[in-house]
Ligand binder design. Structure first.
Ligand code: NI
Length: 170
């Protein structure tokens, strides 16, 4: 299965639309957003995802997601959030996945070595991490989809069969 992972989209309309069209083209099976959407109107652009991806769209909130109530309400029509919306644990393609916007590096490391999850996802730092630990656990930060801090707009596509992740530039 192919899982697209995106983070820190921060209202960047063009990059979101570009990412959405690549996800549709590449026929990914699911999408996980690692937080920092910012405004509820992002729903308008993510709504262009195909139906399969929309049915399998999961997300967590980030520290810049201020209007969580409305964001949850509108984006929640296409994206699944857990009760607190800050962490997500899910299983896709037989792989157990942990998602949070800004876990501490120590937390990521502890989760990775525990082998309790196959894939650990985070965002927030705007820095790409594409790492496979010795125990086979993937630790991924897809970088920033907005490109504001690094001038490099990226997201990731994970292949759960091969357990590799590809970073895609927007
Ligand atoms: Ni953040």
């Amino acid at each position: 299965m192919k899982i697209a992972v995106i983070s820190d989209t921060r209202d960047h309309r063009d990059n979101i639309l570009r990412a959405v069209s690549i996800m549709n083209e590449r026929k990914v099976d699911a999408l996980i957003h690692c937080g920092d959407y910012v405004s509820p109107f992002v729903t308008k652009w993510f709504d262009k995802l195909n139906d399969t991806i929309k049915k399998n769209f999961h997300g967590v909130f980030g520290n810049n997601d201020g209007e969580i109530t409305f964001l949850r309400e509108v984006l929640g029509q296409i994206c699944n959030f857990t009760k607190n919306g800050l962490e997500h644990v899910l299983e896709i393609g037989g792989k157990k996945i942990f998602v949070a916007h800004f876990p501490r590096p120590e937390t990521i490391e502890a989760l990775a070595v525990s082998s309790n999850f196959d894939i650990i996802l985070s965002g927030h730092t705007h820095k790409i991490v594409n790492e496979k630990k010795e125990n086979g656990v993937l630790v991924i930060n897809p970088g920033e989809a907005c490109g504001y801090l690094t001038n490099k707009a990226t997201f990731a596509i994970i292949d759960t069969d091969r357990m590799i992740s590809e970073i895609i530039e927007l």
